[in-house]
Design a protein around this ligand. Structure first.
Ligand code: FEO
Length: 245
């Protein structure tokens, strides 16, 4: 929808905030300040995104401006299938977080507190991924459709099997991010592509860190002292971004 506003301004109901926003832009323009490309305002409780453009000219020493306001609904801001795929990815990240929490509980029961700690860090990291997408989708005016999270697997035959399960999960997540990235590209949704670049890089790190742990576990074999040494090392993980210490 495009609203044209000249001297006889048409304002939709509740458009006071739009009007004051335009007034501020006029002032900015007259002061020679750069104009923002996007402005977000609120009309009747519904978030709308507006692109303002001003065309100013001078005549007899007086400056006159006319402005156009392009209001874009949420649907115009983000393609519907990208919105849906992002919502599904949020669910996938929260599901991964829940799975890591279950793995942490398993390690704790096994008396391997270092591995349990590492998995808890991983749990927090996945929550952070979900929230990063959650915030992004809302910032784009999208609808976040939260879905249920399935019961995680709670039992494992050994330490290595836990990490093999984690690796399988990460590989699945990489495929999912790749599909999302391709979809955003097909829809010319460049902002989403840009946002997902961080996730693509993150997945490379995540897979490698788990592969490294599996390689160390294979070297440790059935030596209990080697396993306890690794347990100590895993307990030294200090932040969510450090996947392998
Ligand atoms: Fe958020 Fe480990 O993928």
């Amino acid at each position: 929808m495009i609203l044209r506003m000249g001297s006889s301004a048409f304002l939709p109901g509740g458009g006071i905030s739009l009007y004051s926003g335009v007034g501020r832009l006029f002032s900015q323009k007259l002061r020679g300040e750069p104009l923002p490309l996007f402005e977000t305002t609120q009309i009747l409780g519904s978030p709308l995104h507006a692109v303002y453009s001003l065309r100013c000219s001078e005549w007899n020493g007086k400056t006159g401006c006319e402005n156009n306001i392009h209001q874009l609904s949420e649907r115009n801001m983000i393609p519907a299938d990208v919105e849906k795929a992002l919502a599904a990815q949020i669910n996938q990240e929260f599901s991964a977080a829940y799975n890591y929490l279950a793995m942490s509980a398993w390690f704790d029961r096994e008396g391997l507190d270092g591995f349990a700690h590492w998995m808890q860090m991983q749990h927090q990291e996945e929550n952070m991924h979900a929230m990063k997408l959650f915030r992004y989708l809302l910032d784009r005016g999208g609808k976040v459709e939260l879905d249920g999270i399935g019961k995680p697997r709670m039992e494992f035959s050994g330490v290595k099997e836990v990490f093999e399960t984690a690796l399988e999960q990460e590989r699945g997540n990489t495929e999912s991010i790749n599909r999302l990235y391709a979809l955003a590209g097909n829809q010319s949704d460049f902002a989403t592509k840009s946002h997902l670049q961080w996730f693509l890089d993150e997945q490379v790190e995540e897979e490698k860190s788990i592969e490294d742990v599996i390689a160390l576990l294979e070297r440790a074999g059935s030596d209990p002292s080697a396993l306890l040494y690794l347990n100590d090392k895993m307990g030294g993980r200090t932040d969510q971004g450090e996947a392998n210490q």
